[in-house]
Design a protein around this ligand. Sequence first.
Ligand code: PMP
Length: 289
Amino acid sequence: MKIYLNDKLVERSEAKVSVFDHGLLYGDGIFEGIRLYQGCVFKLEEHLERLEYSAKAIMLDLPWTREELSEAVCQTCRANGLQDGYIRLVVTRGEGSLGLSIKNCTSPQLIIIADTIQLYPEEFYQQGLKIITVPTRRCNPAALPPTVKSLNYLNNILAKIEAQHLGYHEAIMLNDQGYVAECTGDNVFVLQKGVLLTPSASAGALKGITRDTVLQIADEIGVPWREANLTRYDVWVAEELFLTGTAAEIIPIVEVDARTIGTGQPGETTSRFLEAFRRRVVSDGTRLD
Ligand code: PMP
């Protein structure tokens, strides 16, 4: 496997970063998870834009242009002979001294890994997923904005551990006001009386690329939508519920906190979104050739 490291492709065994890298020492860095579908890097421009915003928010100057990053992503996919897969683009603060100060970190490190993707089992999509709300709250945007896709995922990891301990794959995280923020690695959507509702970024949601795509599809297929503060009650009584994310795509949810959602089967509207999404992924992006 070839890994893109800084300005060139290297063998996996050669792809190494310093133990003094602040990405490792402090989770100081940013990343993107991107999908490759049939030779098309889905929404690559949107992912690179979000990366640039994350970089700006943590005051990390990216020494690469959008075009250079885009070419590096495509080059990594081509070098690994991939037509379908998952791309992890990471930028760390780079090597520094043992201290929080970023002053000595002069060289951000760019890592691009392109690999085949471990898809979620098909039964998640056919039968829907059961999830729970966990005690760990999503970071307050005033502490660490969840809109920054940073390397510091401990908040989400704690929530995931809590879910897995109880036998669940995913968990709803509330914000510090008790409203639904998002799941540990996915955005949340509720369908209520024919209207699609989703938490806003200020409620603690990442501005997911899949979330944006779903909102575009909603406009196209005529499903009204708005951002809303959602309580656990809103989730429990939803007609339909689904999660969105780059790896997950669109996953129907059939149970939350032991309450059956809708009929207990993946909802009709959710299925319409999933079909429209899967049609779109091969056209809406950057082609490798
Ligand atoms: N929220 C969190 C915390 C995430 O890590 C992700 C990405 N896995 C998402 C939402 C979904 O974002 P996207 O659709 O851009 O993958």
